[in-house]
Write a protein that binds this ligand. Structure first.
Ligand code: ADP
Ligand code: MG
Length: 622
């Protein structure tokens, strides 16, 4: 297998020279960059003012969806219809986000703790993948308008700590936006590339280097320790704080001013316009203090001011927290600061001078901060894209899988286990369970391709795991591993973890398929991304409805004595409504029915649980 990428316009194997976009899909801001005359540049907005696209979506009346700066302006006025920080939800289940739902001003749905989160806006339900796709579409249009040509391929960056689900979600978002995602690259790797670190042919580097990438953005802080050898980046450790960033700097100034003006904090929530005004003024102050010694303004007619040294005192504990994370990252990597050859600064908040000096002090060396810290990740992504396009000499050609590999799951859906363009050899796996009580056999069908339904993909083989000990549905733990070796041979191994029952097959995925056929498959997947996503959404909604109908009926039976007649009647009516909704073809109608049923029954479930526990305690001898 060789490194191939496919020309989507003509459906043939790509020639060097084509533009591939480099995209930084950020929590606060997103950017797109491309290679212009051998150097990466970020594309600015229409007004030519800023390369940053705020990662915010506003659902205006009608079907209008606004992305970027204008959406950001709606954050305070209509929080329920304005979505920010989608990246925090990528590839996450409700279980993952429990405990910080309050952070989001919009409604994050908790219909099933294990499936992926959805976001409710008005009467529609969106996945984080769909929402991210809207941001990516905007960036795609931005670069297309600039170059006056279609751009269909991209490299997208993600934090180094993103797991497989989060990476796959990012890939799916790209596909939905009409982009062939050639590679998902770690943000710190991209930042290093932007500085020429680890680039093939770079002279100044020794054989092996260890670097630290310090990324302080709007709402998150990440520190990554990377080791680079022969152009290969290895993540030694990552650390950080998912709720620490420039927003906290702004908040520190807000609190300081409230005290100065003797205004109660409650006013922030009571008078949203005031809250908005003071927060924006605080952000302006913070930015001004990065290059000036003091800042003056007026809020509600009262003069406010702040000096740089006061600001530095206010944020000292926050900066200290980032350094504590750096210490933890070094500890996990098993090295001391003296082993770090270079420190790279990333993220808008590293513009704050005291942040730069504190980090330089901590590592005991000057930091790399010549490039614009907002742009550095996107610039590096563009360089990585250029390497993939074959425009750079001396590049390392790595063997990759040309098409995704996965298995069929309920409803005929494709569940990707090894995504396309993964470096080989590689190994990946996931756990599954049974869907019927007492199920003894499980058929595992292996497919190749990019479509959401397996019927559109290529079947590679199947086998049956027989003799699973009878257990209630959902209890068996079946681990499925895909192991793709350097010769391109795939071993699929299934094992029931409770009984240790196991079985496997070997397949050669590239056997009997030409590069042209692969190109056609890929092309079809991009063409059908929108309709595939719709079908998947509907099948998943129906699946969720069927699970909920089962558990709802069980719940009614088990708690007959605890529930009032009225409660039983309403629950039954809601179950019936869900049953009807699930017969239809509108996923939003199904989700609404699920949402209503859950809203009504969850307090009942809590009560039933309390009673059960109380009864159990009664019987207990202390
Ligand atoms: P993310 O990676 O989370 O998308 P960014 O890297 O774009 O975020 O960083 C955004 C943060 O950088 C915001 O909090 C913003 O206020 C801050 N920022 C931007 N410019 C400056 C500046 N000149 N001085 C201080 N902070 C800044
Ligand atoms: Mg960032």
């Amino acid at each position: 297998m060789a490194t191939i990428s496919i020309n989507l316009k003509e459906g043939d194997i790509e020639r060097p020279g084509e533009v591939i976009a480099g995209i930084d899909l950020g929590t606060t801001n997103s950017l797109v960059a491309y290679m212009k005359d051998g150097a990466p540049v970020c594309v600015k907005d229409e007004a030519g003012k800023s390369a940053l696209l705020p990662s915010v979506l506003h659902f205006a009346s009608g079907d209008t969806i606004i992305v970027g700066e204008h959406a950001r302006e709606q954050l305070i006025k209509s929080p329920a219809d304005t979505i920010y920080s989608v990246k925090r939800l990528m590839g996450k289940s409700y279980q993952d986000v429990r405990g910080f739902e309050d952070f989001f001003g919009y409604k994050v749905i908790d219909d099933d703790t294990e499936s992926l989160v959805k976001i409710r806006v008005k009467d529609r339900f969106y996945t984080p993948v769909e929402l991210s796709a809207m941001i990516l579409k905007e960036l795609k249009e931005r670069v297309e308008n600039r170059l006056n040509q279609p751009v269909t391929k991209a490299v997208i960056t993600v934090p180094a700590y993103f797991n497989d689900n989060q990476r796959q979600a990012t890939r799916d978002a790209g596909k939905l936006a009409g982009l062939d995602v050639l590679r998902i690259v770690n943000e710190p790797t991209a930042a290093a590339l932007a500085y020429g670190i680890g680039r093939p042919g770079e002279q100044d580097s020794h054989e092996q280097e260890t670097i630290a990438v310090y990324d302080l953005g709007g709402g998150t802080f990440d520190i990554s320790i990377l080791q680079i050898e022969n152009g290969i980046f290895e993540v030694l450790s990552t650390n950080g704080d998912t709720f620490l960033g420039g927003d906290d700097f702004d908040q520190a100034i807000v609190n300081y001013w409230l005290e100065e003006l003797s205004i109660d904090k409650k006013l922030l929530t009571e008078e949203k316009d005031f809250g908005q005004e003071i927060r924006l003024a605080a952000e302006s102050a913070k930015k001004a203090l990065s290059s000036h010694e003091s800042y003056k303004s007026a809020i509600k007619g009262s003069a406010v001011s702040i000096t740089r040294s006061t600001f530095e005192d206010l944020i000292a504990p926050l900066v200290q927290r980032t350094l504590d994370c750096c210490r933890n990252a070094l500890r996990d990597a098993g090295i001391g600061t003296e082993k770090i050859d270079k420190v790279v600064m990333v993220g808008g908040s590293t513009r704050v001078p005291v942040v730069r000096s504190a980090v330089a002090g901590f590592f005991g060396k000057p930091v790399f901060d010549d490039l614009d810290p907002d742009e550095v990740v996107a610039l590096g992504a563009a360089i990585q894209a250029d390497i993939l396009a074959g425009n750079q000499q001396d590049l390392l050609l790595l063997d990759i899988t040309p098409l995704s590999l996965g298995i069929e799951t309920i409803g005929g859906l494709m569940d990707v286990i090894i995504p396309r363009n993964s470096k080989i050899p590689t190994k990946a796996g996931r756990q599954y369970t049974t869907s019927v009580d007492g199920q003894k056999n499980l058929k595992i069908s292996v497919f190749q391709g990019e479509r959401d339904l397996v019927e559109h993909n290529r079947k590679l083989g199947e086998f049956i795991l027989r003799g699973i000990p009878p257990m209630p549905a959902g209890l068996p733990k079946i681990d499925i591993q895909f192991i793709l070796n350097a010769d391109g041979i795939l071993t699929v191994r299934a094992r029931e973890l409770r009984s240790d029952l196991a079985q496997e097959i070997e397949i050669r995925p590239t056997y009997g398929i030409s590069e042209e056929q692969m190109a056609t498959m890929l092309l079809d997947s991009i063409k059908n991304a929108q309709s595939d996503m719709t079908v998947r959404g509907l099948l998943e909604a129906r699946n969720e409805a069927s699970n909920l109908l089962n558990s709802g009926e069980k719940f009614l039976k088990q708690n007959d004595g605890i529930l009032s007649e009225a409660e039983k009647a309403t629950t039954n009516a809601l179950l019936k409504a869900l049953h009807e909704a699930a017969k239809g073809d509108d996923k939003d109608v199904i989700h609404r029915a699920i949402d209503e049923l859950n809203d009504f029954t969850s307090p009942l479930a809590h009560r039933a649980m309390d009673v059960t526990i109380r009864d159990a305690m009664k019987g207990k001898k202390v």
